[in-house]
Write a protein that binds this ligand. Structure first.
Ligand code: PMP
Length: 445
């Protein structure tokens, strides 16, 4: 046991958060509205954010790597929103009728996202992946969906399966009975076992849905050859390939992972970065697939696809904030991506080196601006997927002890790292690495 009692330290730093947490527990189950926002023994409660920094209700300042679920690529309260709220106040937050902002934003996405012949706006990533799978099933007239063990596509009942270990136990009660009969699991970056599963499902295969960088697994990137294999096999079998780019969209590059990897999926789901912090889900892809949900085409009932979009889809607020964000990224893409990727790389290397200097074996995942940490139980080993991670690394230590110790040193991480934004300066990255060093010293003693 380390000499620094990090939990007591955390409690001492956050008395007002403890009070709010107790109050919140009377309102929401477990005091929280999103399970990943819970931190044991209690989450800290936020007061404000600006640039790369956030402040909690006890006045503690943190360098933020969580960045609003990795959405805030321009940092908190970016300058590009300076007069946006004035424009929204003039327009109105929500209309529920078509308008030019949505066309303008859609045209921009068509221009930059390689697969986006057509697209639909919704309000969340969960909704986007649910509809993408429905479209794939309707288009192929097949039922089986393959997803990766450890892949998180939101909470929808089709896909909330095999997200956390043990991967063969239901993730939740209350799901459609027999979900595992039609949602089958493949092992990330493992071509042999994946090919076997694809071939055993080939007569009924509607789609493979996959994150090009596995968010829940701590940002494990797919091997390019693995994605190429999925592209080739789905094409051969007439099944669709769906890239879930809710995290990677407009982050790995302006056109997302599909541009960075040079592999075009049939459909892509996006959200997070594209919304600039407002609620957004996007389903983009082949025109012939998306035509299935064209409500102006006359069809027999039940042969078209219902895509709701949602009461709040295309709100002027989300379209204005999303458009401003993506337009900024486009105009500054030469500088933005090289800068955040370089800082991401420095963060990965600096984090591993700081831990290793104090005898703690460590590895880092990630690509570009995404950084995740893993702590192998023995010597440093390569980890390709969540199953290997579970076997070889101490996941809980990263998500609990390392996280709280980093909070005590003024850095808020996710998966031991997080998402670098344009607001993170070189000095911020060096300060984070210095905090890792301090935490490594505590953990080693
Ligand atoms: N897909 C991926 C890859 C995600 O990371 C998430 C959110 N973490 C979702 C889907 C769900 O998106 P939302 O939280 O907007 O519903």
């Amino acid at each position: 046991m380390s000499r620094v009692d990090y939990l007591s330290q955390y409690r001492e730093r956050t008395p007002r958060s403890i009070e709010l947490y107790q109050r919140s527990a009377n309102v929401m189950p477990g005091g929280i509205s999103h399970r990943y926002r819970h931190i044991a023994p209690h989450p800290f409660f936020m007061k404000a954010g600006s640039g790369s920094r956030i402040w909690d209700v006890d006045g503690n300042e943190y360098i933020d790597l969580w960045m609003g679920h990795f959405a805030l690529i321009l940092g908190h309260k970016p300058a590009v929103f300076k007069d946006a709220f004035e424009e929204i106040a003039q327009a109105g937050v929500h209309w529920g009728l078509p308008h030019e902002y949505q066309i303008q934003f859609g045209e921009l996405l068509q221009e930059i996202v390689p697969c986006a012949e057509k697209l639909i706006f919704g309000v969340s990533g969960t909704e986007a992946t649910m509809y993408a799978v429905r479209l794939a099933r309707a288009f192929t007239r097949k039922s089986t969906v393959l997803k990766v063990a450890g892949g998180w596509h939101g909470g929808n009942s089709e896909l909330v399966w095999a997200v956390n270990s043990p991967f063969d136990k239901p993730e939740s009660a209350g799901l459609t009975p027999g979900i595992d009969a039609y949602t089958k699991i493949i092992r990330y970056n493992d071509p042999e076992s994946t090919l076997r599963t694809i071939h055993s499902a080939k007569h009924d295969l509607a789609c493979v849905i996959i994150e090009p960088v596995l968010g829940g697994g701590g940002f494990i990137p797919a091997d390019p050859s693995y994605l190429e294999l999925l592209r080739e096999e789905t094409r051969k079998l007439g099944a669709l390939l769906i890239f879930d780019e809710v995290i990677t969209g407009c982050r790995l590059s302006l056109g997302g992972a599909q541009e960075a990897y040079g592999i075009k999926p049939d459909l892509a789901t996006m959200g997070k970065v594209l919304g600039g912090g407002a609620n957004l889900g996007v389903i983009a892809g082949r025109g012939d697939v998306l035509a299935l949900c064209d409500p102006t085409l006359k069809r027999e009932k039940g042969s078209g696809v219902v895509v709701g979009g949602g009461t709040f889809s295309c709100s002027p607020m989300s379209m204005i904030l999303g458009y401003r964000t993506v337009q900024y990224l486009k105009t500054h893409s030469g500088d933005v991506y090289s800068t955040i990727d370089r800082r991401g790389q420095r963060l990965r290397e600096g984090t591993i080196a700081a831990l290793k200097r104090h005898g703690i074996p460590a590895g880092a995942f990630g690509l570009g601006s995404l950084c995740g940490l893993y702590l192998p139980r023995n010597a440093a080993v390569a980890v390709r997927n969540p199953e290997e991670m579970e076997k070889l690394a101490d996941v809980a230590r990263v998500e609990q002890e390392f996280k709280i110790r980093m909070i005590n040193h003024g850095v808020f991480t996710a998966h031991g790292g997080g998402a670098v934004s344009t607001a993170h300066s070189e000095e911020d990255i060096e300060r984070i690495i210095a905090a890792v060093e301090a935490v490594a010293i505590e953990m080693a003693t």
